[in-house]
Design a protein around this ligand. Structure first.
Ligand code: ZN
Length: 139
């Protein structure tokens, strides 16, 4: 007799499978390159029909003009629930979230993208609100 039953992996069934359009990803990489050596920051928007597909980014005003701390601007904005998450660039080669990033991730949305130098298809990573790496499909 056993008291341990195998449970279905809860996180598996409740976790959303996120996608991003190639067009949107290209725009993120383009913005990151343009802003380098500064950071760029923005919000991720989903298609209204395909709720798990990121189709649009809204770039924060003010991050364009030599602001080194895009992340702190995001902290100052009111919460808008039409945003599913955030995106920002790291001028460094690390796409790991900083402590400030983790605080932001918890505050806004469900999915977050960090694009690190050299801002190509292999140097970005998606995270959930806890700062854990998640898979994101490019469609
Ligand atoms: Zn960061």
């Amino acid at each position: 007799m056993t008291f341990f039953k195998k449970k279905k992996n809860k996180t598996e069934s409740t976790q959303k499978h996120w996608s991003i359009t190639r067009e949107c990803l290209n725009l993120i990489l383009e913005c990151a390159k343009t802003e380098y050596p500064n950071e760029f920051g923005g919000f991720l928007h989903v298609d209204t029909d395909e709720k798990n597909t990121i189709t649009e980014i809204v770039i924060l005003p003010g991050t364009i003009s030599g602001d080194h701390h895009a992340i702190f601007r995001m902290h100052m904005l009111p919460i808008d629930f039409s945003n599913v998450g955030t995106v920002h660039s790291h001028p460094s080669h690390s796409n790991r979230p900083s402590n400030a990033d983790l605080q932001l991730f918890q505050k806004y949305g469900k999915v977050h993208i960090i694009s690190a130098n050299p801002f190509n298809e292999f140097s970005w990573q998606a995270y959930n609100h806890k700062g854990e790496e998640i898979a994101m499909k490019i469609i």
